[in-house]
Design a protein around this ligand. Structure first.
Ligand code: COA
Length: 259
């Protein structure tokens, strides 16, 4: 697909996928329910991530549209799930958080409005998070007697550190975009209403790099979080040796800029 080409949106029910050149834009479209992530919607999101529009893209933007990112898991479904049903859930639609985190393409979450619970967990699975000034972040789970369990505890601890994560999770508090930026939960506050356009611009830059360069950088960044320092240093060197000898290195992507 030629750079700059926009395709018509394809709908997987309440999830829309469209292409803007090499960038796939995945939009949650259940605004009347604040994009609450029902198991059905999670399954649709899984399917969306497997469409050609996403798999052949070079970068992915995920958004909830103009008013909300997502109010989290669908609380009407949470009650009465047995431990066995929950284990099945994480093998099925509940795997979407890890599938999204594991995409080889770089991902950007474009956030406005509520970004709570499972919505926050989905955004934490993205590589880069940006938000407009109206964004509100939080983990309301303690209030209903549970905890963030779709990567929330794990990823928030690694992104925010243990102190801020405990403040967020144990108090069930909400923070605004300014605090989120100060804490490093997001890297940029956009002008009002510009979160998707800004995410597209960032994704467009990411899409210009060689896909293998991005994929290997992501793998090493992920692995280094849990690796010992010595193992991580070796991993960096081996990955460099690999990338240095592939099509991604050299003239094809040399822009002359220091990145
Ligand atoms: N699961 C299921 N439905 C949800 C939902 C969720 N997480 N969040 C919102 N909705 C539904 C509401 O039930 C309501 O449906 P209705 O119009 O059929 O009554 C609709 O979305 C709009 O919600 P409403 O509460 O009227 O909107 P609001 O803008 O006043 O408040 C929230 C938005 C997000 C603050 C509020 O809906 C809320 O606290 N939701 C629950 C958040 C939560 O606990 N998430 C984590 C679960 S682990």
């Amino acid at each position: 697909m030629a750079a700059g080409t926009t395709t018509d949106a394809q709908h997987q029910g309440s999830v829309e996928v469209r292409r803007e050149g090499n960038v796939a834009v995945v939009t949650l479209r259940r605004e009347s329910k604040r994009n609450a992530l029902s198991t059905h919607m999670e399954a649709e999101l899984l399917r969306a991530l497997r469409t050609d529009a996403v798999t052949s893209s070079r970068a992915v933007v995920i958004t909830g549209g103009d008013t909300v990112f997502s109010a989290g898991a669908d609380i009407t479904e949470l009650r009465d799930m047995t431990p066995a049903a929950i284990a099945d859930y994480y093998r099925e639609s509940g795997s979407v958080y890890e599938v999204f985190a594991g995409l080889r393409q770089p991902t950007v979450a474009a956030i406005t409005g509520y970004c709570l619970g499972g919505g926050l967990e989905l955004s934490l699975a993205a590589d880069i998070r940006i938000a407009d000034p109206a964004a509100v972040f939080g983990f309301p789970e303690v209030g209903i007697g549970i905890l963030p369990s779709s990567g929330g505890v794990t990823r928030a601890t690694r992104i925010l550190g243990p102190g801020r994560t405990r403040d967020l999770i144990l108090r069930g508090r909400r923070i605004d975009a300014a605090v989120a930026e100060r804490w490093g939960l997001i890297t940029e506050i956009t002008s009002a209403g510009e979160h998707v356009a800004t995410a597209l611009a960032i994704a467009g830059e990411l899409a210009e790099y060689h896909p293998m360069t991005m994929a290997v950088n992501k793998q090493v960044l992920d692995a280094s979080i849990n690796a010992s320092q010595s193992a991580s240093l070796v991993l960096e060197q081996l990955a460099y040796a690999l990338l240095n000898n592939t099509a991604g290195h050299g003239a094809e992507q040399s822009t002359g800029e220091v990145r």
